[in-house]
Design a protein around this ligand. Structure first.
Ligand code: IMP
Length: 184
């Protein structure tokens, strides 16, 4: 089965291929911008985005929206993760966390799929903590500062570990399970 993944992020496409292709789903990158409503939940952004793209293409398509929710910052940057990464970067996040002992954070991924009037949504989360400094060179975005629970390495230091436990892995596994062998 072949599925379109609408995103401007090549790294997300690479990760989605690593996760879905062994399950027999061929991921095709559709580079298209979709409007992101200024709301504070990832699910609404993903639902509205995938409806918009489906109206344009008429083909089965999925989108993915992610966010990093830091406990000590009351969930910030959450739905604003892309904006904060683009403006403050990892250095800015580390600065905000200076002197804060509670480093717990959750990465959340929402995958929304549309092949007709309905939209199906699949959520994946991984808990972890914000590192004291940037570590590692693999990956993208917040990977150098996010340490998943149970490991001492950031996503950027351990890309295989990331692929096994990430928020995206969990959301896409749930999506693939929902599609089932007959759809996939
Ligand atoms: P969006 O889903 O593209 O809106 O991503 C939100 C922000 O989180 C962007 O700054 C991404 O770079 C970052 N991000 C999304 N997924 C990951 C990931 O797997 N690792 C690190 N950063 C990520």
């Amino acid at each position: 089965m072949r599925l379109l993944f609408a995103t401007g992020n090549e790294d997300k496409v690479r990760e989605a291929r690593e996760i879905l292709e062994p399950k027999g789903v061929k991921v095709e990158h559709l580079e298209i911008d979709y409007p992101e409503p200024q709301v504070d939940d990832l699910e609404t952004v993903a639902r509205e985005g995938v409806r918009y793209v489906f109206r344009k293409t008429g083909e089965p398509v999925f989108v993915e929206d992610s966010g990093l929710f830091v406990d000590a910052l009351n969930g910030f940057p959450g739905p604003y993760s892309a904006y904060v990464h683009g403006t403050l970067g990892n250095g800015g996040l580390l600065k905000l966390m200076e002197g804060i002992r509670d480093r717990r954070a959750t990465f959340r991924s929402v995958v929304a799929f549309c092949d007709g009037p309905g939209v199906s949504v699949h959520v994946g989360e991984v808990e972890g903590e914000i590192a004291g400094e940037r570590r590692g060179t693999a990956g993208f975005g917040y990977d150098p500062v996010f340490i998943p629970e149970g490991t001492g390495s950031t996503f950027a230091e351990d890309p295989e570990g990331k692929s096994a436990v990430s928020h995206r892995r969990r959301a896409l596994d749930s999506f693939a399970e929902w599609m089932g062998p007959s759809r996939a």
